[in-house]
Design a protein around this ligand. Sequence first.
Ligand SMILES: NC(=O)c1ccc[n+]([C@@H]2O[C@H](COP(=O)([O-])OP(=O)(O)OC[C@H]3O[C@@H](n4cnc5c(N)ncnc54)[C@H](O)[C@@H]3O)[C@@H](O)[C@H]2O)c1
Length: 255
Amino acid sequence: MNSVAVVTGGASGLGLAVVNRFVEEGFAVAIVDISEEKGAVMAKQLSDQGKNVYFFHADVSKQENAKQVANRIKQELGSIDILVNAAGIIHRTKSVDLTEEKLKKLLDINLNGTVFMSQAVQPHMSLSGGGAIVNFGSMLAHYGSKNLLAYAASKGAVIQITKCLAVDWAQFNIRVNAVSPGYIETPLASGATQNPVFRERVLSKTPQNRFGTPDEVAVAIHFLCSKDASFITGVDLPIDGGLLAGDPSLFPPAS
Ligand SMILES: NC(=O)c1ccc[n+]([C@@H]2O[C@H](COP(=O)([O-])OP(=O)(O)OC[C@H]3O[C@@H](n4cnc5c(N)ncnc54)[C@H](O)[C@@H]3O)[C@@H](O)[C@H]2O)c1
């Protein structure tokens, strides 16, 4: 039987790239997404090509929903070996205008959803001898920012969740890591990557002078979940073309 990878937010963007990567590596993949429309279409397209992909509708921000969907996946696909928590949203607003409703909604999905899905798979992974979880941080877990207070707070918390679960669940042979992508061209980041002025500004501050591709993120996640990463747990891997390493535009040319 194939190993099973569960990818939340797998209907779009980086989650979808992760789905494709794990399918190519021979996994059965469960897409867990709140968008029934996108998720079902994606899973059908891939399974029509003979790929082992299944759609499970769930809102990861609801603890009971997360538990139920993990139980269904275990029952229908036989095991849960990998969890990638890619479901997430972004909200741009001035800090002073951030409403209670928007702040709660964002934390419910990005932060609570990561906790709830991890809790939901833990018993299944433990019973089968272990597993690997990868969470989505962001460069905004590390950088302060204007207009992204809620998002940055949620991603900072995801890094701490990653470390806490890595410490806690090593006893079950479950490794927990995070990735922190910089600017990757997906629908979520299009507000930044499609704006010509902003685009140029970001590129000038990125040592590799380009945006990343979803597959460059997916490959790194596959590595973190693989046996090759068997002694790696509790880390946060930036995938950002050097953005967090330093700003090349701050330094004058060599004399
Ligand atoms: N794109 C980037 O540049 C970038 C950079 C850093 C981090 N990230 C993070 O990567 C992750 C994926 O981002 P993306 O760019 O692929 O976004 P995306 O908008 O393309 O995909 C997000 C997916 O999550 C799903 N989703 C939203 N709320 C959900 C819920 N409550 N329950 C289940 N599914 C839900 C959406 O339906 C969608 O399919 C996010 O956590 C994001 O914060 C993205």
